[in-house]
Design a protein around this ligand. Structure first.
Ligand SMILES: *[C@@H]1O[C@H](CO)[C@@H](O)[C@H](O)[C@H]1NC(C)=O
Ligand SMILES: *[C@@H]1O[C@H](CO)[C@@H](O)[C@H](O)[C@H]1NC(C)=O
Ligand SMILES: *[C@@H]1O[C@H](CO)[C@@H](O)[C@H](O)[C@H]1NC(C)=O
Ligand SMILES: *[C@@H]1O[C@H](CO)[C@@H](O)[C@H](O)[C@H]1NC(C)=O
Ligand SMILES: *[C@@H]1O[C@H](CO)[C@@H](O)[C@H](O)[C@H]1NC(C)=O
Ligand SMILES: *[C@@H]1O[C@H](CO)[C@@H](O)[C@H](O)[C@H]1NC(C)=O
Ligand SMILES: *[C@@H]1O[C@H](CO)[C@@H](O)[C@H](O)[C@H]1NC(C)=O
Length: 561
């Protein structure tokens, strides 16, 4: 599945230690004129080095060193950068210099905070806010605090509003994947500049604490292999960073013979018809704190959109509890596929009810097993009751009832032996494994709001898009202490962002897709909300998305296992 592989495209891009004169000019030009010129002269590409996500930190350093060395003799002294870029990169900033001109602004309206499950679900809130005039329709700066850049691109579909402002009905085309919504919003004109604040634990994916790139977004023609000679469009984007440039697309462009790699197809610059440019800055969280105190970095920008992903705190494998019980991948996938082939929820209610049904089934099997094994339990009322129950009959009847009342939806291909099949698989599992199945739960790969395709329209064990065996993401499992420390840093960052008075805040849970550590989800979310409440000097108006998996309380506490 593509979805699991592509979160971190920006981290593939080799970034060079020092800013080039080219980017300097570009930024100066950008400051003077908010419209980004599309006919900017480009230097020839000098490097073309891609970094594999699997490469170790050692290799990365080795690589970057070689690039830096090859850069020597260029215009990269600190003074030159300072002169050209206009910001003082390494100066220690005194607290008193923090944007004093804004310290007396009062905020009367409450600050709207929208909490969504998957990151692309911010799209209706962003565009809704722009439509109602809460944020401007163009020229916004997105501060994206996240464990991942989310800077990938989606696919062109016939109804896609290409480089246009989308209608309400068209918003769904911008909601294809959890890592392609920023480019989509930028292509529609909403965003001009992205500041990705990355956590320290993502360091192995970066060569420097700060990089600035330009993303040129456009489209290219593709010849579809099936229908010879019919042309269709694909999105492409060119990332330019210090003279290094690379263009990518999801589909192979016309006349290109490039191989597909894990992040898509490389395409030639001339084949990508550029329509929009975005500045993308990647900033280490500590560096962000320093930069925010520079009076000229964000200037008096009042078009700030603040966006926080809970996976900024860590990124884990939701399948881990199952693997820890030594349940084999084979057994996990077999169970998953049995569920997927028979339960096909078509709404959030179906999804919730299907999960609840399976939780009850597994729970009953577990109790029955415990009763059979443990002599101390045998004579308990619970055991005496459950021992009499024929699980196959009971749960087949229950399923039929649920289907009749339309709270569960079966797949067209449902097997008569569905429950029997589940029971026989569970017969081979240990109690701890059954418990782990309950702990992990069952969910759809993506929400009902997402534009569905053959890859994301599946219901099964809720282990997210990544497993240790099959992943491109960078894992980081935080301790409680680390979460507390990171919250302190986040508060400091937010205190400074307050001066730019963001008018919209989006918070993404990333629990369904398995990124945010589920054992700490509640702590992480409450820490973020409290941090916002304490720092923004405004009352918060919290809006919980209707389709949050597990509702407002969230996945781990959706029903007691
Ligand atoms: C990285 O280091 C190894 C050993 O230290 C060396 O053989 C290799 O050539 C280096 N690679 C680069 C790109 O400098
Ligand atoms: C903030 O205070 C300064 C001086 O104390 C004043 O010049 C400025 O107009 C004030 N700004 C606002 C928005 O009230
Ligand atoms: C899983 O297997 C390993 C090695 O066979 C063993 O050390 C460990 O105790 C097992 N864990 C469980 C929960 O059974
Ligand atoms: C359970 O009940 C049976 C019959 O009533 C009795 O023979 C047995 O000793 C009891 N077992 C325990 C563990 O209490
Ligand atoms: C239905 O099941 C059959 C056999 O199990 C399989 O060959 C077929 O592809 C399935 N159809 C759908 C639509 O899933
Ligand atoms: C923010 O803090 C205030 C004062 O401590 C409290 O009354 C309010 O409920 C908090 N709001 C949120 C959304 O947590
Ligand atoms: C927050 O709301 C309360 C009651 O609604 C109000 O009294 C208070 O002034 C508000 N605070 C701010 C900072 O707007």
């Amino acid at each position: 599945m593509r979805m699991k592989c592509r979160r971190n495209i920006i981290s593939y891009i080799i970034s060079v230690t020092l800013f080039s004169f080219l980017v300097t000019l570009y930024v100066i030009g950008l400051r003077q004129n908010k419209q980004i010129g599309t006919n900017f002269n480009l230097k020839p590409v000098r490097f073309k080095v891609r970094r594999d996500v699997h490469s170790s930190k050692k290799e990365v350093n080795n690589l970057s060193k070689s690039l830096v060395n090859s850069q020597k003799g260029n215009i990269n002294t600190k003074e030159q950068r300072k002169e050209h870029f206009g910001v003082i990169l390494d100066k220690k900033v005194q607290p008193s210099t923090i944007a004093p001109q804004y310290s007396n602004i009062t905020f009367d309206r409450p600050l709207n905070v929208y909490i969504v499950e998957e990151h692309h679900e911010v799209i209706p809130y962003w565009f809704g806010a722009a439509r109602r005039g809460i944020i401007p329709k163009a020229g916004n700066v997105l501060i994206h605090i996240d464990g991942h850049s989310d800077m990938y691109t989606a696919e062109v579909l016939p109804e896609y509003p290409l480089f246009r402002w989308p209608s309400d009905k068209q918003l769904i085309y911008l909601m294809q994947r959890n890592d392609a919504f920023i480019q989509a919003a930028a292509m529609a004109g909403l965003i001009d500049r992205v500041i990705w604040v990355w956590p320290d634990w993502d360091l192995p994916n970066h060569d420097q604490q700060y990089t600035l790139s330009t993303y040129s977004l456009g489209w290219a023609y593709v010849i579809s292999p099936e229908k010879q000679k019919t042309k269709h469009k694909t999105f492409c984007f060119c990332i330019q960073n210090n003279g290094y440039r690379e263009c990518m697309s999801v589909q192979n462009a016309e006349k290109e013979k490039t191989e597909e790699d894990e992040s898509g197809f490389k395409i030639q610059y001339k084949n990508c018809r550029i329509k929009k440019q975005v500045i993308v800055e990647e900033v280490h969280e500590q560096k962000m704190l320093q930069y925010l105190t520079k009076s000229d970095w964000l200037k008096d920008n009042k078009n700030i959109m603040l966006d926080i992903d809970e996976d900024y705190y860590g990124c884990t494998y939701a399948i881990e509890p199952l693997l820890k019980t030594n349940m084999s991948y084979e057994k996990i996938y077999q169970f998953d596929e049995t569920v997927a082939a028979n339960l096909c929820p078509a709404s959030a209610t179906h999804e919730k009810e299907s999960d609840y049904f399976l939780m009850q089934l597994i729970g009953s099997v577990r109790i029955k097993r415990a009763c059979a094994i443990n002599p101390n339990l045998k004579n308990s009322t619970k055991c005496l009751q459950i021992i009499k129950i024929d699980l196959l009959h009971t749960f087949s009847t229950l399923l039929t009832e649920k289907v009749a009342e339309k709270s569960i939806n079966l797949c067209p291909n449902v097997s008569q032996a569905f429950i029997h099949n589940l029971l026989s698989q569970m017969g081979k599992l240990r109690i701890t494994q059954l418990h782990a199945l309950q702990k992990t739960g069952f969910c759809s790969i993506t929400s009902t709001k997402t534009l569905k395709n053959q890859y994301n329209d599946k219901f099964g064990i809720c282990f997210g898009a990544n497993t240790p065996k099959n992943t491109q993401i960078f894992e980081h499992s935080p301790t409680k202490n680390e979460i507390i420390k990171r919250t302190m840093l986040l508060k400091q960052i937010l205190k400074k962002i307050k001066y730019f008075s963001p008018n919209i805040v989006t918070v993404c849970r990333s629990v369904r897709d398995g990124y945010t550590p589920r054992n700490y989800f509640e702590l992480i979310e409450s820490s973020i909300i409290t941090a916002l409440n304490r720092t923004m000097d405004r009352n918060l108006s919290l809006h919980y998305d209707r389709d949050l998996i597990g509702g407002k309380p969230g996945w781990p506490s959706r029903h007691k296992a």
